[in-house]
Design a protein around this ligand. Structure first.
Ligand SMILES: Cc1ncc(COP(=O)(O)O)c(C=O)c1O
Length: 312
């Protein structure tokens, strides 16, 4: 019987499996030490968005952590694409992950002794902030827990060190907010759990200059602003910039441009999404539909270099 990939497809330990069967060994340092990096690219209407930019960032992350997966970048991209094709998903998140793996010599504590892994998977698209919440504008809480120092964990290397972000989420949910944004130990705005943040002040679109992933969506917002001749900049931002903002929005692969209407006690744009946020959100999706930075997948005629291992 052929396997059911409709919930998503993964590639682990050299084989394609349905997402619900994708597992990693308990002794993988990716699990025991959060020693891993990853990237997530989305597929919209059957085409990747900014695939090359995601692959370049993934390579930078791998290099930074001295991870060497057992495939070339071209092979990894192809495996990830094959996960999408297998799943048949037209709208999907596609993750490329590399973990430190397990030491080849049992008990070794040397990261050099580990057999680095590559995992890919494609799962159905779900916005990180649900569409109905985006429609009224998300309510954000400024967490009391500071973002982990970027001198300890480089936030520009996409990572699973989410302890601070998760604490911020609990705090926000306990206080009745949708999600959270973290400041660093010096009081500067960084990012939220899975997204970059932007404020709009006097018509200028601003995003933090520190403590955050250099998001592909963040870059896209800056590009879209340039195309629309909206003044935009990467600058230091403090708590007061959030609490005095005219508008605010979050930006991520997992949802695009997502408007915010409240940040703690500060209510913006008559308690709804602001006009510049909405303009950028709509332009973001319109540019997708126009084929900007899109790489279409061929679902029908996908060459299958790994067909023998599919077991389908
Ligand atoms: C911590 C963090 N910041 C920002 C982002 C947004 O990055 P991108 O736009 O590349 O998805 C993500 C994405 O998942 C993230 O995990």
């Amino acid at each position: 019987m052929s396997k059911d990939y409709s919930n998503g497809a993964a590639h682990v330990r050299g084989a394609f499996v349905p997402i619900d069967e994708a597992t990693i060994p308990v002794l993988d340092w990716g699990l025991t030490r959060s020693d891993a990096t990853y990237d997530v690219v989305h597929v919209r209407n059957g085409a990747f968005f900014r695939l090359d930019d995601h692959l370049k960032r993934f390579q930078r992350s791998l290099d930074s952590l001295r991870l060497v997966p057992p495939y070339s970048m071209g092979e990894m991209a192809r495996i990830a694409a094959q996960c999408v094709v297998l799943s048949g998903l037209r709208n999907s998140y596609v993750a490329l992950v590399s973990t430190r793996g397990r030491p080849r010599i049992a008990g070794s504590r040397r990261p050099q002794d580990c057999e680095n892994t590559f995992i890919a998977y494609a799962i159905p698209w779900i916005d990180v902030i649900p569409p109905d919440v985006q429609e009224r504008g998300a309510h954000l809480h400024i967490a009391s827990v500071p973002r982990i120092s970027s001198r300890s964990v480089d936030p520009t290397v996409k990572n699973y060190h989410w302890g601070d972000l998760t604490r911020g989420l609990f705090e926000a949910h306990d206080a009745g907010f949708d999600t959270t944004v973290l400041l660093d130990a010096d009081g500067f705005v960084t990012e939220g759990p899975g997204f970059n943040v932007f404020v709009v002040q006097d018509g200028r679109v601003l995003t933090p200059d520190r403590g955050a992933l250099e998001g592909i969506t963040r870059q896209t917002v800056l590009d879209l602003c340039a195309m629309k001749r909206i003044d935009a900049a990467i600058v230091p931002l403090r708590r007061s910039d959030l609490l005095e903002a005219d508008e605010m929005f979050c930006a991520t692969t997992a949802g695009g441009v997502m408007p915010v209407s409240r940040i703690d006690g500060h209510i913006m744009s008559n308690d709804g999404p602001g006009p510049i946020s909405m303009l950028l959100k709509e332009f973001y999706w319109a540019q997708h539909d126009a084929g900007w930075h899109m790489t279409p997948l061929d679902y029908e005629n996908f060459e299958e270099p790994y067909a023998a291992r599919l077991g389908a």
